[in-house]
Each structure stands twice: as C-alpha cells, then as structure tokens.
Design a protein around this ligand. Sequence first.
Ligand code: NAD
Ligand code: MG
Length: 341
Amino acid sequence: MAEIIYDDGADLALIESKTVAIIGYGSQGHAHALNLKDSGVEVVVGLRPGSSSWEKAEAAGLTVKDVPEAVAAGDVVMILVPDQVQRHVYSEQIAPNLKEDAALFFSHGFNIRYGYIAPEAGHDVCMVAPKGPGHTVRRQFEEGRGVPALVCVEQDASGRALDLALSYAKGIGATRAGVIETTFTEETETDLFGEQAVLCGGVSKLIQYGFETLVEAGYKPEMAYFEVCHELKLIVDLINEGGLTKQRWSCSDTAEYGDYVSGPRVIGPQVKEAMKEVLADIQDGTFARRFIADQDNGGLEFKALRMENESHPIEKTGQKLRAAFGWTSVDADYTDGSAAR
Ligand code: NAD
Ligand code: MG
C-alpha cells in the first residue's frame, strides 16, 4: 500500500520561512490562503485589479496585490487560477516576475502534464492537490480536521522540493487527514478519468437517464427526482463510510438483490470499454487538446454544453423541491437558479 504521511512526517517550519503567493482566490485559492495564514505562514494573494474577490480576501485579513507584484514577493507561488487560463497567466504575469529560486506549486497537474507550462530549470515544481472541493478544505480545517491530499514533485531544483510540498500540505491541514505521494502524470490522468467517467460525467448521465426513464413512463418528476437524485447522497455517504459493502448492508435485501441483478444490465461491459476509450483520450492528450482548442475559441462548445445541461428538466424539478423542503445549505457564492455566470 502507498505510504501515507501525517503531521509528524512534515515540518511546518519550512513553509513558515517562506512567503507564499496564492494566485487566484476561487474555490481552492481562498482555502489555501486562509488555512496557511491560520497556520502562521506569510501569505500574499495575487488577483486581477478590479477582481470581485479582492475585497473578500482583504476582508478576511489577507494581503492582496496584483499578480505580478504578488509573484515578485513569493518564495512559493501556488497557481490556483482555472486550468485553461494558467498558461496565459504564467507566460504573461508569472514567469517574468518569478524570483530566481521560487518554487512553483500547482493543485492539479494538467498544465505540466500536457506541456502548456514548462518552468525553467531553477525552480522547484511541486503539486499539493487536496482531494476535495476548496470549500470543504476550508471548513474541515476550521473544524480542526483536514482533507487528504496528493503531493508530488516534477522538478527538484532545491533538493528539498518534496519536504517543501509536505510542509505546504501541513499548512493547509492536509497531513491531519493524510497525504500520498504521486506523480504529475498519475495525478492528472487519474483525476481526469475519475471526474469524466465516474464522478461528474458518469454520475450526471446516470441521473439524467434515470430521471428521463421514470418521467417518460408517466411518473411524477418530483418522485423521479427523489428516487434517482436526492437519495444519491445518502447512498454515497454510506459508501464513503464503509464501501459498497456497508451501502448494501444498510439497504434492504430487496435493494441489494436488485443491485446485483440489474446493476450489470444498466452498466454493462460496454461501459467499461467506453471507459477505456475515455482513458486513452486522456493519456494521449486528445481530451486536453480538445478542451484547450475550444477555450481558445471562446469556449463555444463548453458554453453550449453547459446551457444544454442546465436546461434539462431535472434541474427545474430539483430547484423547486430543494427550495420547498429547505434541507440543503447553499454555498454563499453559488445561487441556485441563477444560471448567469
Ligand atoms: P476557481 O474557478 O474556483 O477560481 C479561480 C480563481 O482565479 C478566481 O479567483 C478567479 O477570479 C481567478 N482568475 C481567473 N482568471 C484569472 C486571471 N486571468 N488572472 C488572475 N486571476 C484569475 O478555480 P478552482 O476550482 O479553485 O481551481 C484552481 C486549481 O485548483 C485548478 O488547477 C484546479 O484543477 C485545482 N483543483 C480544484 C479543486 C476544486 O475544488 N475546485 C480541487 C482540486 C484541484
Ligand atoms: Mg479530482
């Protein structure tokens, strides 16, 4: 089994002796900046002048500068702007202002793995990738816990890059939960595969098809929503606690038997073959090229797909039900129902 590194395997003093520039203040950016600051690390946040996050970060007690100034101040520069804009921000604002021996940090390996960013030899290039959404990274930290993370080194210029990455991981609370060492290639390829085939892509399509099947057969959309979407979280919580076995233990024998006989009919071997094709496109760069080509074209395909999916009938039904029952909390920066972005 891969070695798991906890608090005692990381030395906070290393990151405490550095100024960390966090570029971007979105989901991950706000969590890293605030957790590091609370751990006693000197943090400067780099943002675009006029960014709506500027005031938010300052109100949270952080020092904010524009990106070039923040980079110039950073011994460690963590790039937490969206993956598709990183290469532009890097070439235009980061590289020209980077201290000679500054370490470059990422939370996802996309730009390094596919060669969109190629840092010069003098810099440590590391990744600290929390395995959870940024808002959870912050919430868990405030509660004295942490979100597990992956750590890796692409370029070790200082000879201490891994120690520095572990120190950073400790600063954001990740070593409280446990950290695993990997590589940029393994992190990027497995992360993309997981979100495309299972977590985001696979699950979304499964929910949509389940909803459509029930509604087209004449059942009420509200019933369909409950059965194929609302309860999913309850099932996933059980899987998270004790694997598929605990989920099957907790559900009725009827549900468990149906799982065994009908699951493989819905998700047949052809799905695994399709998964292999998705993985091959990730490995050979086909997916990355398609994503970036579309982004360079103004994200036209991306926006059209987003609109198409936001207008699926299950979204309306879900909105109404969640508002009516009021059982869910909504993140402050996410307004359910406002598709405008
Ligand atoms: P995000 O979209 O939530 O936030 C991006 C931030 O960058 C925002 O503050 C935005 O204002 C800023 N920004 C955008 N364009 C900019 C520019 N040109 N110059 C300066 N700032 C700019 O992003 P995120 O989801 O936190 O993702 C950041 C990185 O973390 C990505 O590499 C992503 O793969 C990785 N990651 C994200 C999550 C997650 O929970 N969302 C989890 C693991 C890893
Ligand atoms: Mg992931």
